[in-house]
Design a protein around this ligand. Structure first.
Ligand SMILES: [Ca+2]
Ligand SMILES: [Ca+2]
Ligand SMILES: [Ca+2]
Length: 458
């Protein structure tokens, strides 16, 4: 698809813009009745045995591969040329909306799928339906459109380090919690319910929308990155202007160390950009975001891509770097927001005279309403797709692709095969595959793997 269909557009404005994310059908799904007996909201700091602290990975910016658990070789035969994208069904029978998918760190085609109503389900390799027993149920609020179970990240050394992390909104509906759980030492497939979950971070949510929720460990530094969103409401409706306040945890990408933390719930990496600045929160890695609904790291380069959901006119994809300000609520996409005067002359990933960094791509609301950030493809299966970033529009269902070379954007236009319904999220695995999650109230959620089209495809 690439060589034939890709062309460089003169203006990234030609690339293509959101509204309330995950609005349809949210909160529809009653509790499955399966519950982890440990509960969701135990107190931080009661858990100092800390099997994971012996590696101290977090204070080591060059955690070597030798410290990481082995991953089986990428299993696919490479497909040459520019294959069309096909979407292989790898998961179905999941409640809608499913909010995230990720491969087991060392069994890449074993999938963990998050349902917004608080269930984490496992789809085993060779199966397309989840195990009947949920991996974990977390009590979350199910009556607010954008709240629920929103994020999952395994420790970078999992399962050697048994810890994993979830991001959710508890039944009170007034906050975000990032909590740490463990799997059993004798069975990494089972949550250790003899150890109470530990609250790593919690902060208030003034509105039920714009909760971010993505969690991921940096592939180079081993720190935990957390997307937060501006807290909600709408800027034009009297929003809270949190994104531009470096003292607020809202409207940010945060970066914390869950390893070298001593008695604290976490520590702040000393090279975080706001450490030591008066009035700023040391956790802040980047600011000026509205609702980063999915960020990801390119596993090969460490570059952080974020889809930031726009408000009235523009959806955007940004490259997020330490200390940068992505402009919300002064800038929406490449443009000054809501008539507020500003310098909007910066090009892709450029920083304008107001100190706001522009996205690499934007989509206008004419035909694009809710960006879902995706992943850079790094699988061995389609060498031609190496480095392509796949993302989508949840409202006008489609999957899109672009290539960012560090200075300019190449939109990958044309057919991406017959894509499923609007993507609620994307996911990846240790082989670099890209997954797309979509669905509807009636049929539930499905997970598809992007792969080269071949005989037998629809
Ligand atoms: Ca469920
Ligand atoms: Ca909120
Ligand atoms: Ca922005």
């Amino acid at each position: 698809m690439v060589a034939v269909l890709a062309r460089r557009l003169g203006s990234v404005g030609a690339l293509g813009s959101l509204v309330a994310l995950l609005s349809a059908g949210c909160g529809d799904d009653a509790d499955d009745g399966v519950s982890n007996p440990t509960g969701d909201d135990d107190d931080a700091g009661d858990d100092d045995d800390d099997a994971g602290d012996d590696d101290d990975a977090g204070d080591d910016d060059d955690l070597g591969d030798e410290d990481l658990p082995p991953v089986p070789d990428c299993p696919y035969a490479a497909v040459s040329g520019d294959p069309e994208v096909a979407f292989e069904l790898v998961g179905s029978g999941l409640d809608y909306p499913a909010t995230f998918v990720t491969g087991d760190p060392t069994v890449p085609d074993r999938l963990f799928v998050l349902e917004k109503d608080g269930d984490i389900k496992v789809v085993e390799p060779g199966s397309t339906t989840p195990n009947s027993q949920v991996f974990l149920h977390i009590d979350v609020i199910t009556t607010e459109q954008e709240m629920g179970l929103l994020g999952l990240a395994f420790h970078r050394r999992f399962p050697l380090d048994p810890r994993f992390y979830v991001n959710y909104n508890p039944p009170s509906g007034d906050k975000t919690i990032v909590a740490e759980y463990r799997v059993r030492a004798d069975d990494p497939g089972v949550v250790d319910d003899s150890v109470a979950p530990r609250v790593v971070l919690e902060f208030g949510q003034p509105w039920p929308n714009h909760n971010g929720g993505m969690l991921a460990f940096g592939p180079r530094d081993g720190f935990l990155y957390i997307a937060t969103g501006d807290g909600g409401a709408a800027a034009q409706g009297g929003g809270t202007a949190t994104s531009q306040d470096p003292g607020s945890l809202l409207g940010k990408i945060l970066r914390i160390d869950v390893n070298a933390r001593g008695e604290a719930a976490y520590s702040i990496p000393p090279d975080n950009p706001f450490v030591g600045r008066a009035g700023a929160a040391g956790e802040v890695w980047a600011l000026g975001l509205r609702n980063p609904w999915r960020f990801s790291f390119d596993s090969a380069t460490g570059v952080l891509y974020a889809g930031d959901v726009g408000e009235a006119r523009w959806e955007e994809i940004s490259i997020v770097e330490s200390g940068k300000n992505y402009g919300w609520d002064r800038l929406e996409g490449f443009h000054c927001f809501s008539g507020t005067p500003c310098d909007d002359s910066a090009g892709p990933n450029g920083t304008n005279s107001n100190g706001y960094t522009a996205p690499i791509a934007e989509h206008p609301h004419d035909d694009f309403l809710s960006v879902t950030g995706g992943y850079v493809y790094r699988s061995c299966e389609a060498p031609e797709w190496q480095g392509i970033y796949f993302y989508g529009d949840w409202v006008n269902p489609r999957v899109l692709a672009l290539r960012w070379d560090g200075s300019s954007v190449e939109p990958i236009n044309g057919s991406l095969g017959r894509y499923p319904a609007g993507p609620t999220t994307f996911g990846s695995n240790a082989w670099g595959d890209v997954y797309v999650v979509s669905g509807n109230d009636f049929d539930g959620s499905t997970v598809h793997r992007l792969r080269p089209a071949g005989a037998g495809d629809y």
